[in-house]
Design a binder for this molecule. Structure first.
Ligand SMILES: [Cu+2]
Length: 456
């Protein structure tokens, strides 16, 4: 498939037809999300400067969008940024034309322009939205927010807390460090790692919670490249990952790669409790829950009821080998770029490309595979690099089968590959369109870790 075919397919897709709904029946309340530059105090000390950020409605995170399963999202995106942008609805099994990937499912929305996103929500869970144009810069500047989809079967809780975790790279005066945007060193190593942790845009926020409350923690990793580990002070029950239900499991800590989410039910007592980030050096306080007295009744602490977890398919129709190579200390000497075999030195210095899939510098143009609808596909990944990668498939959730043949619990949309790891990402290709498959370490994506999977 070539670029012309991609455009033809985009033009030919009918977004609403497959849902049997006419445009008029969905033209209801429309929420506006404007993206524009703003400022924010990231270091809460007046001897530091405010940072220049880009935010939805000028905020980081952007407004919390909360819907019920089956409802339609209607968002008018207005771009008041100095460059093109778009909104991707991460983890939503979306209509392809609403997936928000600039350059693949839509053109970038240019400054002063607008685009209306209209799509249904087939699944409940914890999701998020973020820019999908020049993401390595735009997401790092703050263009993200939570998207929560409620379900009547959700466990009853006293507090439903969304916790969006990010690391910012700040200069010594507390402003955003901008000179290192686009650093080839970052792109070839672990990506843009920050030096300042925020939760919901605040440094170590203190969140009031009723004594002895049952709390749902919706943890979301919004960082460009940092893998977080959040230690729970006492055991919690992990009920969902990447929005999808999983078999309940008592856990003491949560690992979250970029873009991953985890839903945990946690019982508060009457003590002030701090949750620490523990995967990146010394434990660092992420957020604190402070008990408040309240005469309001608490929800009954019934045993949590288990939502059904879909078993993996018992067949594979299409195997898609994916050899990931490149990066610093890697074994990639040359790769195909724009149809031409190119030495790695030239790729890095002339084009800022340092990663390859199957010997090809990835982009949005060529399909890695073309699948017929409802085929069961297995992306058989070999991470032949010295770096971790958080691989994200758009429009679908996959099962993960380890090299030993075991399936991990549940389904995810983003999976963290360790160095040298082999695993299969298995999914039912039930959503037609052009779907990006890429590393969510956003610098890796830009530097070559991207492919398109086409479902016809
Ligand atoms: Cu990566």
């Amino acid at each position: 498939m070539n670029r012309r075919d991609v455009i033809k397919l985009m033009g030919g897709s009918t977004l609403l037809g497959s849902f049997g709904l006419s445009q008029s029946s969905v033209a209801e309340t429309v929420r506006t999300l404007r993206a524009f530059p703003s400022t924010k105090r990231l270091v809460p000390d007046s001897s530091f400067q405010e940072a220049n950020i880009w935010g939805f409605e000028g905020k980081v995170p952007g407004p919390e969008l909360r819907f019920k399963k089956g409802e339609w999202v209607r968002v008018e995106f207005e771009n008041e940024l100095p460059e093109g942008s778009s909104i991707h609805w991460h983890g939503i099994r979306n209509l392809n034309g609403m997936d928000g990937v600039a350059g693949l499912t839509q053109p970038a929305v240019e400054p002063g322009d607008r685009f209306r996103y209209v799509f249904p929500l087939p699944d409940s869970g914890t999701y998020w939205y973020h820019s999908h144009a020049k993401t390595w810069s735009q997401v790092a500047r703050g263009l993200y927010g939570p998207l929560i989809v409620e379900d009547p079967e959700d466990p009853e809780v006293d507090h439903d807390l969304v916790l969006m975790i990010d690391d910012w790279r700040l200069a010594d005066d507390g402003t955003l460090e901008e000179s290192s945007f686009g650093s080839l060193h970052d792109w070839a190593h672990a990506g843009r790692l920050g030096n300042w942790l925020t939760v919901n845009g605040e440094s170590h926020p203190n969140i009031p919670v009723k004594q002895n409350a049952r709390v749902r923690l919706r943890l979301i990793n919004a960082a460009n490249a940092r893998v977080f580990g959040i230690a729970l002070p006492t055991e919690g029950t992990l009920i969902a990952e990447d929005g999808f239900p999983r078999t309940h499991q008592l856990v003491n800590d949560i690992t979250l790669a970029p873009a991953q989410r985890a839903d945990v039910i946690w019982e508060m007592d009457s003590e002030t409790t701090t949750f620490y980030e523990v995967r990146n050096g010394e434990p660092y306080p992420a957020f604190t829950l402070t008990p408040v007295e309240s005469s309001e009744p608490r929800v009954a602490k019934r045993p949590l009821s288990q939502k059904p977890v879909a078993p993996p398919p018992d067949r594979i129709d299409v195997e898609i080998p994916l050899h990931m190579q490149g990066g610093a200390m890697g074994n990639l000497s040359e790769a195909v770029y724009h149809g031409k075999m190119t030495p790695i030195r030239e790729l890095a210095q002339m084009h800022k490309k340092v990663w390859a899939f199957n010997g090809q510098v990835g982009d949005h143009h060529d399909a890695l595979a073309t699948l017929s609808r409802n085929q069961v596909a297995s992306i058989e990944v070999f991470n032949d690099t010295r770096w971790e990668h958080a691989m994200h498939l758009h429009g679908h959730h996959f099962w993960i089968q380890t090299e030993q043949g075991e399936f991990l619990n549940g389904q995810r949309d983003t999976y963290l590959f360790s160095r040298g790891e082999r695993a299969k990402l298995i999914f039912v290709a039930d959503n037609p369109g052009l779907w990006l498959f890429h590393c969510h370490m956003l610098e890796h994506h830009e530097a070559g870790m991207a492919a398109v999977i086409e479902v016809v």
